[in-house]
Design a protein around this ligand. Structure first.
Ligand code: IVH
Length: 670
């Protein structure tokens, strides 16, 4: 064949594939099948191989159809994508309802939207003026990755919606998953369908995503302008009318008995379904109640995932390791013969603590039953004592810290009047190697400093190289050394330096959390940061008098104050704080919040009408106010409900504090 003819033939095929790419990616209306597309692609590649002079920037060899990106762009979710709390039995469900009734301060009849919990990957779709503009992964819940082009390859995802009532601005969330029968075809490449879906979604080349047939089921919204729906079930109906797939097994049920019956049926039915699911999601159907209930720091109060019973397997304990955690807790971990449980290879199982080992008489060499429920760490349920070797020996729990050799203790809990089940190393703070490393890992965790390129493995590595021993070392790294390390280069070192620089600006709340003080999690860090307002005043907590003021604040108790006292009485901790104050730019709390109740403090007494204390507290906080737990001269308003405590009213009167009703509070809030 003449060169000219070959070239002409090639160019026409390139034109053809460019047209199909456009139809597929831009318009999402392909006119040829996937296999026809693959044939065309192969013809082009074969021609290029045979005649190396054939080249085109639109060749499938050059990633046609989209602009390839080195890494996905980040996207901050307007509303965080949180996870769900889990329930495993009736008690958990009863407890879930109880908490709701407490929060609302009323027992009311609830309706639930019941939805199968597909075990896939959640995704968020933002539509502006009825067109899909962003498709984003969940990421860490706060920030995801823009994977719009990959999501567009999923046929269940509409690109444009022409329904009159489709909101101008809406973010729809749902699950991306692969059907079991499609997974069967590719199962050699992935551990389970969930991994297949996630791997496929994270392809740099949407052509690769397209090769694995993904599905999308919609189930909720992130934000929505002008939401006219009353119930979650109404919203699901709208989703269907708008052209989204919703689960055909969604249901409305109205009490725990019905939920449990349905769960039982589904527990076996699930094996006949063409997708993997790991439980049912129960959501309070009334959207108004959902709004009132709101969220804790990581999950909604209005929904729960009722998991199916976990997968179990038998295996042998090869060894028992003692791990030392951030708070000095010694946690025994069984190293087991690797065993596949529900598609995941398990080689470690937690044994919880010293007491648990003694109670179950767990020994090295035992054959044990292991359970793996959802994302929870696998644990040992029971020992098969019949299979036990007659020479096996009782496991002796170490009495000294395996990391630093210090004494260990079981603390006495004054409240429960019992000794803790957990044994702890007394050498806390940065004196014990393992505690120090774990503290550093906590420091850089997602909720703390969250430094790109400085993950847990890097921290371990830098520790062993003496590059990081204390948190402040992170900000004084010798980059010329790092650049020469294996796995590091000029570019990655520069990137690390940049992310460390960027992380220097941090909110006070995150800073407090990152210190890893025992009993001070995200919620308490928030309370403390609202109270002290800036880093200088945080350091003043070294004074017992300042610290005791905390006992006034709702949410903080003896346990927290004692832990803070212990933290501040340690010289090393103080040095760290002072050095960090100079290195970092810690944002003061009052710069951030400017609500209507700013600088105002409240205390409630008596029963409130149609609202719990917790809800009232969160309302005050949403408007930048603070709630206290006792009457003092720091109090601005005493809010009285039904049957208030007389002494509180008298104390308030004596101190000249304003006494208001729930109605007055409403007025303050407009
Ligand atoms: S609602 C904050 N509904 O479960 C509300 N989630 O553990 C959470 N999931 O990340 C989302 N089916 O990936 C919701 N019908 C459903 C769901 C569902 C599966 C997944 C989702 C989420 C995870 C939470």
């Amino acid at each position: 064949m003449k060169k000219e003819v070959i070239k002409k033939n090639y160019i026409s095929k390139i034109r053809e594939i460019t047209k199909h790419n456009k139809l597929y990616y831009d318009k999402s209306t392909p006119i040829i099948s996937d296999s026809q597309y693959d044939i065309l692609k192969k013809e082009i590649i074969d021609l290029e191989l045979k005649y190396p002079y054939l080249k085109s920037k639109n060749s499938p060899n050059q990633n046609v159809g989209f602009e390839p990106s080195k890494s996905f762009e980040k996207y901050k979710h307007k509303i965080p994508m949180l996870s769900l709390s889990n329930a495993f039995n009736r008690d958990d469900l009863v407890n879930f309802e109880k908490k709701i009734f407490n929060y609302l301060n009323k027992d009311i009849k609830l309706n639930y939207s019941v939805e199968p919990k597909i075990d896939g990957i959640s995704a968020s779709l933002t539509y502006l003026n009825k067109k899909l503009i962003y498709g984003v992964s969940r990421g860490d819940g706060k920030t995801g990755e823009i994977i719009t082009e990959n999501l567009k390859t999923i046929k269940d995802i509409p690109l444009e919606i022409n329904k009159i009532d489709f909101p101008d601005e809406i973010e729809i969330r749902g699950e991306v998953f692969i059907k079991k029968r499609d997974f069967d075809k590719i199962k050699n490449n992935f551990a389970n369908p969930r991994n297949a879906a996630s791997g496929s979604l994270r392809q740099k080349d949407p052509n690769e995503t397209r090769k694995i047939p993904l599905n999308f089921i919609a189930y909720t919204f992130g934000f929505i302008n002008n939401n006219l729906h009353t119930n979650q079930s109404d919203f699901l109906d709208s989703l269907r009318r708008w052209g989204f797939k919703i689960n055909k097994d969604n249901k409305i049920l109205s009490n725990i008995d019905e939920l449990i019956d349905f769960h039982k049926i589904f527990e076996t039915k699930r094996f006949d379904l063409d997708y993997d699911l790991d439980g049912l999601v129960y959501k309070i159907n009334d959207l108004n109640l959902q709004k009132r209930l709101g969220f804790t720091s990581n999950a909604p109060r209005w929904a729960i995932a009722h998991k199916f019973s976990a997968d179990k397997a038998f295996t042998k304990i090869l060894n028992i390791d003692i791990q030392v955690g951030r708070t000095g807790a010694l946690t025994p971990v069984a190293k087991v013969e690797p065993v596949n449980i529900g598609g995941v290879v398990v080689s470690n199982a937690t044994l919880h603590n010293e007491d648990e080992i003694a109670r179950k008489d767990i020994r090295v060499g035992d054959i044990v039953k292991i359970e793996r429920a959802g994302d929870v760490i696998p644990h040992v349920i029971e020992v098969d004592k019949i299979k036990r070797d007659k020479n096996s020996k009782l496991f002796i729990f170490p009495k000294i810290c395996p990391s630093c050799g210090s004494r260990t203790i079981k603390e006495f809990n004054k409240l429960t009047k019992k000794y803790d089940a957990v044994r702890r190393c007394v050498n806390d703070s940065y004196g014990c190697e393992r505690i120090a490393i774990e503290k550093l890992k906590h420091f850089i965790s997602k909720e703390g400093f969250n430094i790109d390129g400085l993950g847990k493995k890097v921290v371990e590595n830098f520790w062993s190289l003496n590059l990081i021993k204390k948190p402040q070392d992170i900000f004084n790294l010798d980059y010329s050394k790092i650049e020469k390390l294996e796995g590091w280069g000029k570019l990655s070192t520069r990137n690390l330096k940049e992310s460390i620089e960027n992380s220097k600006k941090i909110t006070l709340q995150k800073f407090i959390y990152s210190l890893g003080i025992r009993h001070i999690g995200i919620e308490n860090a928030k309370i403390i940061s609202h109270s002290v307002k800036n880093i200088s005043r945080l350091i003043q907590l070294i004074r017992k008098k300042e610290l005791n003021k905390f006992l006034n604040i709702d949410g903080i108790g003896d346990t927290q104050v004692n832990s803070l006292e212990k933290f501040f009485s340690n010289k090393m901790n103080l040095n760290i704080l002072i050095e960090m104050k100079n290195i970092l730019k810690i944002e003061s709390q009052n710069l951030i919040k400017n609500g209507i109740l700013k600088n105002k403090t409240f205390l409630f007494t008596g029963k409130l009408d149609g609202m719990s204390r917790a809800e009232a507290k969160s309302l005050i906080e949403k408007n930048s106010g603070t709630t206290l737990s006792t009457v003092s001269k720091n109090l601005n308003y005493l809010v009285i409900g039904e049957k208030p405590t007389k002494s509180k009213i008298n104390n308030a009167k004596n101190l000249g504090i304003k006494i208001i009703s729930q109605q007055d509070l409403k007025k303050l809030l407009n």
